[in-house]
Write a new protein. Sequence first.
Length: 226
Amino acid sequence: MVAPSSNRKGIVKQHQIRAYYDEETITVYQAYNSEIASSAVRKQKLCASPQFRLTRMTWIKPSWCWMMYRAGYSYKDKNQERILALKMKHEHFIALLKTATLTTDSGQGITPGGADETGKPSREKSSAAKVQWDPERSPRLEKLSYRSIQIGIPSALAATWVDRWIISIEDVTEKARALEQELRENPGVTDEELLCKGLVPHEREFPVPLEVQQAIRVGFENGASA
């Protein structure tokens, strides 16, 4: 983890896409039940299990700590007991965002969930991805002052995402549980120490084109752009 981005006046960027990424790929997370996760990792195909339904919206998170919050370090419920790290190429992640609209703009009232393959199907039928900004979380799941992005992938895009845009799948459940154990057994551990132990990834702001920033309101307070 690193400090959130800010402008020259020190104002923290309230809406920012923070992720672990390298020169070619970006990592996003989602939690699933054991059947979906085991099949996905074994065959390196998210839809390998028949329990995974392409007809339902799936919400992905680039923020490791927000994923920990959503899934309770994988302990929240059986439908979120396995956490997967899904790698996408930069261009595919940006292509996904180029289709996106904010949930507050859609009028649909869609609420982001965890493993939506086991929940109620969304009524949203368009090919537009959905973006929601939620308060970022610390490794201890404390609410922070800036926001983290969630991206909802609709059924119209799901097959493309699963077949072409996910290039690797890794089970990171044990890492999540090791983080929870470390925090429980060593409450004085610092974020920097967690980073050095490999229990949280080094996330940085991920740059996206200006038109994407404007469409999904990446920027500073009051919607101002960088």
